[in-house]
Design a protein around this ligand. Sequence first.
Ligand SMILES: *[C@@H]1O[C@H](CO)[C@@H](O)[C@H](O)[C@H]1NC(C)=O
Ligand SMILES: *[C@@H]1O[C@H](CO)[C@@H](O)[C@H](O)[C@H]1NC(C)=O
Ligand SMILES: *[C@@H]1O[C@H](CO)[C@@H](O)[C@H](O)[C@H]1NC(C)=O
Ligand SMILES: *[C@@H]1O[C@H](CO)[C@@H](O)[C@H](O)[C@H]1NC(C)=O
Length: 433
Amino acid sequence: MAKKQRQSNSFLLHLAFFLCASSSFSVSSRTLPLLHSFEKPIFRSNFHTIYDTSKYGVFQLSNGLAQTPQMGWNSWNFFACKINETVIKETADALVSTGLADLGYVYVNIDDCWSKATRDSKGQLVPDPKTFPSGIKALADYIHGKGLKIGIYSDAGAFTCQVRPGSLFHEDDDADLFASWGIDYLKYDNCYNLGIPPKKRYPPMRDALNATGRTIFYSLCEWGVDDPALWAGKVGNSWRTTEDINDSWASMTTIADLNDKWAAYAGPGGWNDPDMLEVGNGGMTYEEYRAHFSIWALMKAPLLIGCDIRNITAETLEIVSNKEIIAINQDPLGVQGRKVYATGKDGCAEVWAGPLSGHRLVVAFWNRCSKVATITASWTAIGLESGIQVSIRDLWQHKVVAADAVSSFSAQVNAHDCQLYIFTPSTIYYSVV
Ligand SMILES: *[C@@H]1O[C@H](CO)[C@@H](O)[C@H](O)[C@H]1NC(C)=O
Ligand SMILES: *[C@@H]1O[C@H](CO)[C@@H](O)[C@H](O)[C@H]1NC(C)=O
Ligand SMILES: *[C@@H]1O[C@H](CO)[C@@H](O)[C@H](O)[C@H]1NC(C)=O
Ligand SMILES: *[C@@H]1O[C@H](CO)[C@@H](O)[C@H](O)[C@H]1NC(C)=O
């Protein structure tokens, strides 16, 4: 009895330390190994293998941005080249009136096609006078006046993908121009790149942006061709890991898997970018869009809405406004969740998970099978000791679905749907000793 008593005392001490460590967590106290406090008696030793963070924050572009993944809107997925200053302004208005801006969607990003086909006589880029007659500076002022930020687009090549002038060898001039307009974000594409490797073409724009003295988010878009996760952390605040997304289940699932490979490299300052959201564009079902949004949030992907916000449906707004899921994406721990295991025919019943601040886990049950499936998370497979009690909150139903689950948790998931949970391990009950 006495022995047992001593054991539980030391256990409580351990626990006190553990809770302390959890509440004092902050960006500045982040050290490697990052997940050192995710330890016994709650977490299994396989935890650190499942959620490898060995490359987290090894490189950082220290411009102070991207402490959490960027959120906002981009014109490409819905409008492609059919943009003009009216659409951009109305979108800014809609971000505010729908409440999306208050939820964190603050970047209003103009993609390709904003500039004239040629530079002016002084070699400067010029906004297309037909579609942006008031110029980009006036648009930036309008957007800033709403408390939002403005993004623009260029290309690390001779031309943009839509054959407007590119910024390769014009980095300093173009960065100065962007800064003079009040630009806050640059998406930098990869067309007409003259066969020069990305590692040579992307750093000059980083340096040019830095030299302007204006803090500008630098979003690399080299389509994952040169494995940017391995080097781009020193160059940009996010880097595309794949080709362009399109508004289909096939594209979205393929891209999710490709992006998953680089999970260990994401972290505050630099994020893997599996491309912008297609939610609301009509090519997928409600369940598929829910899955898209859930997995992008869990993967710490940029949340850049790609539909026409001026005409957003209640259903789409419900998906992208889910505060609990946005909080997963913006969690200060900043560890990318990943596919942990798959069961069923061709492994189509998937469990994705990741660590969150406060010693919690985000867990997704993603049914990529063509029929309804029962998906199970066993504690040992997601890195928890099996005797630990876990409280489980469903982030789509917005309620606790199990207060004290032990050992495993199962749920039925419709075809192509995804259920997203927060698992909070209990610190009160332990079956050990
Ligand atoms: C601006 O673009 C939108 C969307 O493509 C279009 O509906 C509208 O007619 C355009 N307005 C002008 C003035 O060109
Ligand atoms: C420029 O780079 C330096 C060194 O990384 C950094 O401290 C500074 O904040 C950067 N400035 C801007 C405007 O990005
Ligand atoms: C969309 O992406 C999928 C998967 O990569 C591809 O098979 C399909 O051809 C693409 N569709 C279009 C219209 O580009
Ligand atoms: C608004 O969206 C609906 C479908 O949700 C579509 O039928 C309609 O044409 C859209 N209106 C505009 C102005 O784009």
